[in-house]
Design a protein around this ligand. Structure first.
Ligand code: KG4
Ligand code: ZN
Length: 341
């Protein structure tokens, strides 16, 4: 079954073709970073308008580079949430209408489930059930127990900012470009790890919830202590912040593994592209750690086509009505019936 995946939940317009037998045939991502850069964050209305402009050209380019035509498509999967409502509506209306015109089924895909399943896009080294999942993106920081395909139990989540959001806000304080995660990681390369030690929020109390808002304020206060602030000060602060986030995520993952006695952990979402986080979890956790390649950590169409293919192979279909959701808890999803690879 060849599934076309469409992702427009935030500031990336992305398309992909995923085949149930041959795997990923092609994918294409257009980032709106330059469009939003001068505003210091994503402007929802501009995001929706740009998705509209890019859908047809990107799909045409994907088909041509994958040497496929629309006649080859057996189903259309589109992100229906969570995300920016206007942005979601563009991809959902485009995908639903295309499926109707092609007389093929369509499916509304959960963006965070697609992130969570992304390690399977390219690799057949699948974690055995049950496993722990750390989802870290611009909008979510969650620890989950995955008992089967589609069965998710929330173990803990951020009570305020998501980890990616904190990276983006701290980057802005340091005068760095959006998205902040890669910018902070790059600047931190020149930092001195001995100079500052930032707090590891909520690690001194039990439980698996997170909070990054206090760490953000602590970082702002540290920045404000310098006037003027040198490039070296900024690099040292960037590194101290990155180390605090990575260590906090590591401590909570270790706790989830210890309390559940589950020795397998999947990490996914944009922040999972962070090299320091990837190596820390792999080296320090007494669990096998799985994550997607960096290009499939941040938003992409391949994960939507892949998750859509898994659910559609299990017989799932969405109707003609289009329901997009800004918020959509993962534990509302149902089991995926027959995961085919
Ligand atoms: O998953 P994603 O592409 O979009 C959402 O679903 O939110 O995640 C985007 C987030 C941004 O906050 C970005 O700063 C962060 O992922 N990010 C990173 C890195 N690459 C992207 N954070 C830390 N280190 C990175 N290398
Ligand atoms: Zn995402």
């Amino acid at each position: 079954m060849l599934v076309l995946g469409i992702e427009t939940s935030c500031d990336e317009t992305a398309f992909a073709l995923y085949d149930s037998v041959d795997g990923l045939l092609g994918h294409i991502v257009h980032s709106q970073v330059e469009l939003h850069n001068k505003y210091g964050g994503v402007v929802p209305e501009l995001a929706s308008r740009d998705h509209i402009r890019k859908c047809v050209p990107l799909l045409t380019q994907l088909l041509s580079q994958s040497r496929r035509s629309l006649d080859d498509v057996d189903g259309v999967a589109y992100t229906a949430g969570p995300g920016l409502l206007g942005a979601l509506m563009v991809g959902a209306c485009f995908g639903r209408s295309l499926a109707w015109a092609l007389k093929v089924p369509s499916l509304a895909v959960h963006h965070m489930e697609a992130h969570l399943l992304a390690p399977l896009i390219e690799s057949s080294d699948a974690p055995p059930f049950p496993y722990i999942a750390l989802l870290v993106s611009g909008g979510h920081t969650q620890l989950l127990e995955v008992t089967d395909f589609g069965i998710y139990t929330l173990l803990g989540e951020s009570l305020d900012d998501a980890a990616g959001e904190a990276f983006d806000k701290v980057a802005k304080m340091l005068g760095l470009a959006y998205p902040g995660g890669p910018a902070i990681a790059a600047l931190g390369q020149k930092g001195n790890p001995e100079r500052f030690r930032f707090p590891r929020p909520m690690t001194d109390r039990p439980g698996l919830d997170f909070s990054f808002s206090g760490l953000k304020t602590y970082t702002l206060n540290t920045i404000n202590n310098f006037n003027p602030i040198s490039d070296q000060d900024k690099a040292d602060i960037a590194l101290a912040f990155e180390l605090a986030v990575v260590d906090t995520l590591y401590i909570k993952c270790r706790r989830a593994i210890e309390t559940s006695s589950i020795p397998h952990l999947v990490m996914a979402g944009g922040v999972a592209a962070n090299k320091r986080l990837r190596s820390t979890l792999r080296q320090k956790l007494s669990a096998k750690v799985y994550y997607p390649s960096q290009e499939f950590c941040t938003d992409n169409g391949a994960m939507i086509a892949h998750a859509g293919m898994l659910r559609m192979m299990g017989g799932e279909r969405s109707g003609l009505s289009i329901n997009t959701r800004a918020r959509w808890p993962l534990d509302e999803l149902s089991a995926i019936k027959r995961p085919a690879r």
